[in-house]
Design a protein around this ligand. Sequence first.
Ligand code: ADP
Ligand code: MG
Length: 238
Amino acid sequence: MTNVILKDVRKSYGPLEVIHGIDLEIKSGEFVVFVGPSGCGKSTLLRMVAGLEHISGGQVAIDDKVVNDVPSPQRGIAMVFQSYALYPHMTVYDNMAFGLKLAKRPKEQIDRRVREVAKILQIEDYLERMPRALSGGQRQRVAIGRALVRNPKVFLFDEPLSNLDAALRAQTRIEIAKLHSQLDATMIYVTHDQVEAMTLADKIVVLNAGRIEQVGSPLELYRNPVNTFVAGFIASPK
Ligand code: ADP
Ligand code: MG
């Protein structure tokens, strides 16, 4: 299990600073949810942890090791985006196997792992289909599966459910929660959906214009929001 520590993390695009010094400690196995309005920097922060975006200032550490200069594939993280970003010309099986093939894993090992993960996500029956022959929810499960096969230490989700309809969103949300308890993985999850935040999070980070407004458990934020901005992002707990 793996922690993620941000120290005075900053991001500038040209002369414009959009992330203004974020300090945050995410413990091993914790499920942390970032919430905040559109444009507040949620995706940028996640992308810096993932290594998809250069870090302009401060440090990101994974597993107590500073990773600012470590390329994304070597960070031991997996990222699931809002758009499924599956390879359209490959079957579900090949989509899921792709990362393992790149890593030159033996064929039998790849096969075992893909089938094992497909079973967990209940997509065994779709392995030979092309992505276009799947529903949105099935595609998103394949995207999660593709991340899962590599056995990442840290999962990053950027609004993974926002393209799904309400029923499927609820179902997939429950599956992600299950996955978290099964895997004991560290998860950082971006959403603007209050219900997702309140039901999934061990800890919620409320962001506003590139700064942290408040960090706390769903109940702490519900009971003691530091200001009306935070209160506006917190729904009633279950
Ligand atoms: P969120 O995910 O919370 O909606 P983002 O992280 O996408 O917010 O964006 C944070 C800020 O950074 C926004 O003001 C956005 O316009 C700006 N931004 C994001 N990506 C770029 C980019 N590639 N170039 C310039 N500005 C960007
Ligand atoms: Mg975003």
